[in-house]
Design a binder for this molecule. Structure first.
Ligand SMILES: Cc1cc2nc3c(=O)[nH]c(=O)nc-3n(C[C@H](O)[C@H](O)[C@H](O)COP(=O)(O)OP(=O)(O)OC[C@H]3O[C@@H](n4cnc5c(N)ncnc54)[C@H](O)[C@@H]3O)c2cc1C
Length: 453
């Protein structure tokens, strides 16, 4: 006979959202059981040892920034400190076949292009502020905003093709999808939920400002520590029976009976569980639309961060790609040197279909163009293709295509009987981010506790 558990709340998924939900429910005195498919906690957070003492790099989510209060509070609570992302010196942009160095957020490219970008961003920020975070479908003109892609808006509102390319790189960097994949309303909602486009794009003062000492997964590992007897690993949930009396959650090797369930998964994966009785069509049709982005996070390891001696931050933007954004991802003491590059959206899709050697060559080749021949000879190369991960199936998160928010938005968080929904994608603040994951877990736990009271 398999493992049989009973609890007040059964939680599916031990990413940050599931763990935050479990901690909140437990703190209020509820009994919890957490069912996790992988053999580890953390989900989209994963440390990879660098082979030098306990040094690590993250192959999943990593940065934290100002206004991400919930994630910072959780990290503080579990004793994980932050350190600043390396940001000293000049950035590089590969622009029309040339390498240009610049300080701060704005590259020294044609003034006309910069003006075009600034005007469009101002308009987007203004529009974003009109989107209610709890109900994007109620934004003024929601149907028109949701009836066009970000690509359509850019074609109509950004004069120069070069300025549109910069937006394309920005959109790939935030969503790992292409402007044509995304509803404009979703882009506006997301920017508003982060506090504006600068907050999404920036290192200093933005979402890329800081990192966690010992790697972001440590936050999840430490958060899970007091719950460890209540977490079942390698227990993928396949079916949830639900009704007036509560839920029976059938995972491989474990059956959990509880009064409430919280499904803390990316929506596309929540839809792969069988529900008995089946979920309302309105909910299922929402999750049919919420596709995960495509990203491969790639890192090259060197004996030292040699670009620092050349006065470079390690942050580069390349219009040509396939790596379009890089960062210095070295440990806090700067040893070894780690260059991080992202393959995002169409570049991740195209290179994802090639072999690992071809991918490495393309990535390291871009590093060498941006940082010189020394970058061509890393001691080690590592990458993680998140679309290949059975229990994630794409990152950073998901994005709404046209018509999804206005057609199905209210189904995103509405509980179905005793089942509530969490996960970074259900957040209203810093949606899609670690901070949003924590918010969503705490919100879903509060809903469950209110129903149990
Ligand atoms: C490459 C990359 C870079 C990122 N960069 C950043 C960043 O710098 N800053 C930031 O804030 N965010 C970043 N993110 C996003 C961030 O990692 C996520 O928003 C956050 O970790 C999501 O947490 P979650 O708990 O909602 O979901 P997840 O972490 O996906 O947790 C879901 C859990 O459910 C499990 N699961 C799935 N299916 C089942 C099933 N059927 N039964 C049981 N368990 C199941 C999974 O194994 C997983 O553990 C990044 C993500 C990636 C991949």
């Amino acid at each position: 006979m398999g493992d049989e558990r009973e609890a007040d709340v059964a939680i599916v998924g031990a990413g940050l959202a599931g763990l935050a939900a479990a901690r909140r429910a437990r703190a209020a005195g509820a009994g919890v059981v957490v069912l996790e498919a992988r053999d580890r906690v953390g989900g989209r957070l994963l440390n990879e040892p660098l082979g030098d003492g306990d040094k690590v790099v993250e192959v999943g989510g990593q940065w934290v920034g100002p206004t991400q209060h919930r994630m910072l509070a959780l990290a503080r609570e579990v004793g994980v400190e932050t350190f600043p992302t390396y940001d000293e010196g000049e950035n590089v942009i590969e622009w029309e076949g040339r390498l240009l160095r610049y300080r701060g957020a704005i590259p020294r490219i044609s003034a006309g292009v910069l003006l075009d970008v600034a005007q469009a961003q101002r308009r987007l920020d203004r529009l974003a502020r009109t989107v209610p975070l709890e109900a994007p479908w109620e934004a003024p003109g929601a149907r028109a905003l949701d009836g066009q892609t970000a690509a359509t808006w850019l074609r109509r509102n950004v004069v120069s093709a070069r300025a549109r390319t910069l937006f394309e790189i920005g959109i790939e960097a935030v969503w790992a999808q292409e402007p044509a994949d995304l509803s404009l309303l979703h882009v506006l909602f997301y920017a508003h939920s982060a506090g504006g486009f600068d907050a999404l794009f920036d290192t200093a003062g933005g979402a890329q400002e800081s990192r966690f000492v010992g790697g972001s997964q440590r936050v999840a590992l430490q958060a899970a520590e007091p719950l460890k007897d209540d977490i079942a690993l390698q227990a993928p949930v396949r079916r949830i029976e639900h009704g007036d009396k509560g839920v029976v959650v059938h995972a491989e090797g474990v059956t959990a009976r509880a009064r409430r369930a919280i499904v803390a998964l990316p929506p596309a994966l929540a839809a792969r569980i069988a529900y008995d009785p089946p979920l309302p069509g309105y909910r299922d049709q929402l999750t049919q639309r919420m596709a995960q982005g495509t990203v491969t996070k790639c890192m090259a390891v060197y004996d030292e961060p040699f670009w620092r001696a050349q006065g470079l931050t390690g942050q580069a933007t390349s219009v040509r790609g396939p790596v379009r954004l890089t960062f210095d991802n070295s440990p806090p003491d700067g040893s070894p040197g780690v260059l991080l590059g992202f393959l995002e959206g169409r570049f991740a899709r195209e290179l994802g279909r090639l072999g690992a050697d071809a991918r490495r060559e393309a990535v390291v080749g871009t590093f060498a163009r941006l940082f010189g021949p020394r970058a061509a000879r890393p001691e080690r190369y590592l990458e993680r293709q998140w679309a290949e991960e059975e229990w994630t199936r794409g990152c950073y998160g998901c994005a709404m295509p046209t018509g999804a928010w206005t057609g199905f938005g209210p189904a995103l968080r509405a509980p179905v009987g005793p089942i509530g929904w969490a996960g970074a994608e259900t957040a209203t603040v810093w949606s899609g981010y670690m901070d949003g994951a924590v918010q969503s877990g705490e919100r879903a736990a509060a809903e469950a506790l209110a129903a149990l009271a």
